[in-house]
Design a protein around this ligand. Structure first.
Ligand SMILES: *Cc1c(COP(=O)(O)O)cnc(C)c1O
Length: 398
């Protein structure tokens, strides 16, 4: 890019300019995709130099990346105020594992929000337990019991906002402040909002994690994760990822960078459509509750308005009806795919059962309702609403 990087540009502008370092992009718009395991050196002295320094942006061996991966790291770092660097991982789950293993050791206790993404819970119960790390789950809406859950061995807290499936919004600045007072590292799974919608480090977190598979990729054709950290933690993240052999390919990094450039537009559009659909759902008699923090009057809307600068297309609702009715509803949808993941350009509907994934929180689902999660894509919201109306009709006809 010509001229100095403007730190004061807004995040939408930075999504266009970030990571476009002059040496990579003065002659072409995007950084080159360099497929390479071996990097060559002019002589032995240079080889030794690079081996000992282990610096960012320095060619060494394929596992330490090349221009495309570095550009993506830079871009994600520049989008997060207060960040010193970003590490890439082959998936969001790998990013969560890599970040937790960078800050925890045997004998430590981890506090994990009870509405966490379910594979994070499995990681705690399997991998972390085997490593001698104990996990305690807490209700993020209950600050007093959260504070009481800390002990002398609590070394880290894993947060998520809004919570997976049930979309509760918690007071991250307060939760992160308490963690800091107790000398624990706070990590947040910030996949829902991204740095654009929720500046996690500014809100007091130490490490922010994203599944780039979702909004950054945006086209349902890529798996990747990232952890972005302040200076205190970046080095530890990077070293642990190197020890675990975590890498992403330059081709995948280029795909993620391409996605990042249009992410603000896609987020804005899908959030607007989601809000319109959430409003429509709320008026229906067959819907018990809409779990969409962007919707005024919905649970968590107050904190969402206070702390978030934007939303996205993902939300849930509870349907008056049993699992059979729910399946009839979802099966009859024409525009909504049935499948995991979210944040793609296409809409998805998924029956979910949060009760199975909670140990201390109650969920909005009861014996008379079931939960459906919608990921709203870039289709015309009027068409999506017609499709949902057909789904409700199919449910009633049976
Ligand atoms: C999908 C998801 C992940 C995991 O991402 P992958 O790239 O699929 O491994 C982590 N956290 C949340 C909140 C997610 O929705």
């Amino acid at each position: 890019m010509r001229g100095a990087r403007a730190k004061d540009d807004g995040t939408v502008t930075r999504a266009v300019t970030a990571g476009r370092k002059g040496e990579w992009t003065s002659r072409i718009v995007n950084p080159p995709v360099e497929r390479a395991s071996t990097h060559l050196y002019p002589d032995c002295a240079t080889l030794r130099d690079h081996a000992t320094r282990n610096r960012d942006h320095e060619y060494f061996y394929g596992r330490r990346g090349s221009a495309a991966q570095w550009a993506l790291c830079d871009a994600l770092t520049e989008l997060e105020h207060g960040a010193a660097g970003t590490v890439l991982y082959p998936s969001g789950v790998a990013a969560i594992a890599g970040a937790l293993l960078a800050v925890l050791k045997a004998g430590d206790v981890l506090l994990m929000t009870d509405n966490v993404y379910d594979p994070s819970r499995s990681m705690a119960k399997g991998l972390l337990k085997r490593c001698g790390i104990q996990t305690r789950f807490f209700d993020p809406l209950d600050l007093a019991s959260y504070e009481a859950a800390f002990c002398a061995s609590t070394a880290a807290v894993l947060l998520e906002n809004p919570g997976s499936l049930t979309m509760e919004v918690c007071d991250i600045p307060a939760l992160a402040r308490i963690a800091r007072e107790k000398d624990a590292v706070s990590l947040i799974d910030n996949t829902w909002a991204t740095s654009l919608g929720f500046p996690a480090l500014e809100h007091g977190c130490d490490i922010t994690i994203q599944s780039l598979t979702k909004h950054v990729g945006g086209h349902s054709d890529l798996l990747m994760g990232a952890a972005t950290a302040s200076a205190n933690h970046y080095r530890a993240l990077r070293l642990r990822a190197q020890q675990l052999g975590q890498v992403v390919s330059p081709d995948d990094a280029a795909l993620a960078l391409r996605g990042l450039r249009t992410m603000p537009l896609r987020l804005e559009r899908s959030a607007r459509s989601a809000l319109q659909i959430a409003r429509w759902l709320r008026e229906r008699n067959d819907v018990a509750q809409v779990l969409c923090p962007m919707l005024p009057g919905s649970p968590g809307h107050g904190l969402w308005s206070r702390d978030f600068g934007g939303g996205c297309g993902l939300f849930s609702f509870t349907l008056k009806g049993d699992d059979d009715a729910r399946c009839r509803f979802v099966d009859s949808l024409r525009l909504f795919g049935i499948g995991y993941s979210w944040g793609g350009y296409e809409s998805l509907a998924l029956p979910v059962d949060p009760v199975k994934h909670r140990s201390v929180m109650t969920t909005p689902a009861d014996e008379n309702t079931t939960v459906i999660r919608l990921s709203i894509g870039l289709e015309d919201p009027a068409d999506l609403i017609s499709d949902l109306a057909c789904g409700f009709a199919a449910m009633e006809l049976a």
